[in-house]
Structures are given as structure tokens and as C-alpha cells.
Design a protein around this ligand. Sequence first.
Ligand code: ADP
Ligand code: MG
Length: 144
Amino acid sequence: MTLSFQTHSADETIALGREIAQRIRDARIVLLRGDLGAGKTTLTKGIAEAFDAAAQEEVTSPTFTLVHEYRGPERTLYHVDLYRIETERELYTLGLDDMINEDGNILLIEWGEKFERMQRDKDAEIVIERLGESNRRLTLTTRE
Ligand code: ADP
Ligand code: MG
């Protein structure tokens, strides 16, 4: 299923994240796609809030740390940034497989589309396009 939305501010994107969270509650791998500054991390703030896993200001870019973990009562979110990961081997050493295999975990992955494996195994994908300074189109695609 594909759903499309438009937002006009970072706050609207956070609010949208809260709304669409229920649509990815049973997903393991969610690819967040879009250029630098598109709003992938901003959207994650809303998703993390919806799962009671983190307050929006606690969610920051995992650019250097690569993986951030946010634990909620029902789901644990792993926010992953693969921008700096170049090889399958480096990807493997992050230990994402253990996270993927545990019940109740959702991986929100930025730059996951770089890897064939992530493309193949994804359960959902959210593409964010920059239409203007603060205007974004978000397209959510899920399996069903
Ligand atoms: P990414 O993780 O995709 O690199 P970020 O979420 O870190 O992007 O940054 C998005 C930037 O764009 C932030 O500075 C945010 O305030 C700004 N912004 C402006 N309008 C929007 C919008 N509609 N949705 C999301 N972010 C927006
Ligand atoms: Mg980001």
C-alpha cells in the first residue's frame, strides 16, 4: 500500500511521524529515504514519540554513533544511519541482524537503500522529497 502526504514545517513532519507510526508497528526494517536535510531524522522524532520510546528532543542524528536505541513499552526503535558505512563487512559488524531478529524491534534506517540486502528485506519504506524550503512530500509504502 502506498500513501502520500505533504508537510510545510518540521513540526508538521513530526506530527505526521506520530500519525503514521501505527502503520509500521509490525515492520522490522523501515527504510527512510531522502537527501541530506530532507527530514528523515525529523520524522523519526514523531515516530519515537508515538511509541513512547523517546521525547522528540532526545532523538538526534545517529550520523557518528551509527545506531541509536529508543526503548518504549511495546517496541524498541533502532535509528540507524548507514551514510558512512561502505562495505557489507562494516554493515555486518553493526550487529543489525540481532536487532532485526528480536521481537518488538523496529529498525528505522537512513541510507539503507545503499545495500541490496536492506532493499530486499525491508517491510516498509518512507521516501521524503524536498519540494521547497520547508515543503516536503512523504510517501509511505508498506507490504500489504
Ligand atoms: P535528514 O535526517 O533527512 O538528513 P533532518 O531531519 O536532520 O534531515 O533535517 C531536516 C531539516 O529540514 C531540519 O533542519 C528541519 O528543521 C528542516 N525542515 C524544514 N521544513 C521541514 C519539513 N517540512 N519537514 C522536515 N524537516 C523540515
Ligand atoms: Mg538524518
